[in-house]
Write a new protein. Structure first.
Length: 263
């Protein structure tokens, strides 16, 4: 595909080629990204997805694409604001595009069978993510899923993405998942102080969730997003004992939270 976007030198030595996208702009309020957001392409054809990210009329892009083969292409210079996160928020900030680097991982996603990510692709994603967070000094707890910053709209990269592989390489914040348990749980429609405490802990970690004491549709979506990233054994939007225990340990070990971080 030919675009009017000029060529540029890749920021990462791991990028095998540059496929310039015209879809980017100036970062607003920041000069350097302090977040890394991971996506899947969510289309049946990777080639079609890359074309989509490079077509001006689509108005979307990402900094990098990692193909199923492990090949890495850069589409937008890291200094520029790629258009990958959409309507999103984290820790009260709403312009996630200005604050982040976006990596698209080639995978058709939930709407098209959602196959496992090939090991060679995960190896490439891990190496690229490690390179980015090291160069830009991105904190572990700011390596996030698209579903984390847009929980009511997005599911990617989803529960099959092996976050533990990145974590072992020093990328991202993670704790062991608490085992599934049949004990008390909270779900949509419930109200009260325990629900408020759950919301407050999710908000403390960074999720955009209202702290109202009412287990609303947004709360359910945020819990589901949390599960897709941090408690992947069962993704249902229900705050069971395992979800609550995993969230507690994650929040407690968050850097600056007063506990000890394992990141």
């Amino acid at each position: 595909m030919e675009t009017s976007a000029p060529q540029f030198s890749p920021d990462s030595p791991l990028a095998a080629r540059v496929l310039p996208s015209p879809n980017h702009g100036e970062r607003i309020g920041v000069t350097v990204a302090d977040m890394l957001v991971l996506h899947y392409t969510g289309m049946t054809s990777t080639e079609e997805a890359v074309e989509w990210l490079r077509t001006p009329e689509r108005g979307v892009s990402a900094h990098y694409v990692v193909f199923e083969t492990g090949e890495i292409a850069q589409l937008v210079p890291e200094a520029r604001r790629a258009w990958h996160a959409g309507v999103s928020s984290w820790e009260g900030a709403s312009d996630i595009n200005s604050r982040s680097i976006g990596i698209e991982i080639a995978n058709p996603g939930h709407d098209h069978g959602y196959p496992p990510f090939p090991a060679i692709q995960i190896e490439a994603v891990t190496a690229l993510a490690k390179d980015i967070v090291t160069r830009l000094r991105i904190a572990p707890e700011r390596v996030l899923a698209h579903s984390d910053v847009a929980p009511t709209r997005k599911d990617d990269p989803g529960e099959k993405f092996p976050w533990e592989v990145l974590h072992r390489a020093g990328v991202g914040h993670l704790v062991p998942e608490a085992p599934l348990d049949d004990g008390r749980f909270f779900m949509r429609g419930e109200h009260g102080q325990p629900v408020e405490a759950l919301q407050a802990m999710l908000a403390f970690y960074g999720y955009g969730v209202p702290v109202t004491g009412s287990y609303c549709e947004t709360t359910e979506a945020v819990v589901r997003a949390f599960q897709r990233h941090f408690r992947r054994a069962r993704v249902d939007g229900i705050a069971d004992v395992s979800t609550l225990a995993t969230l507690y340990q994650l929040a407690r070990s968050r850097p600056g939270a007063g506990g000890s971080s394992d990141a």
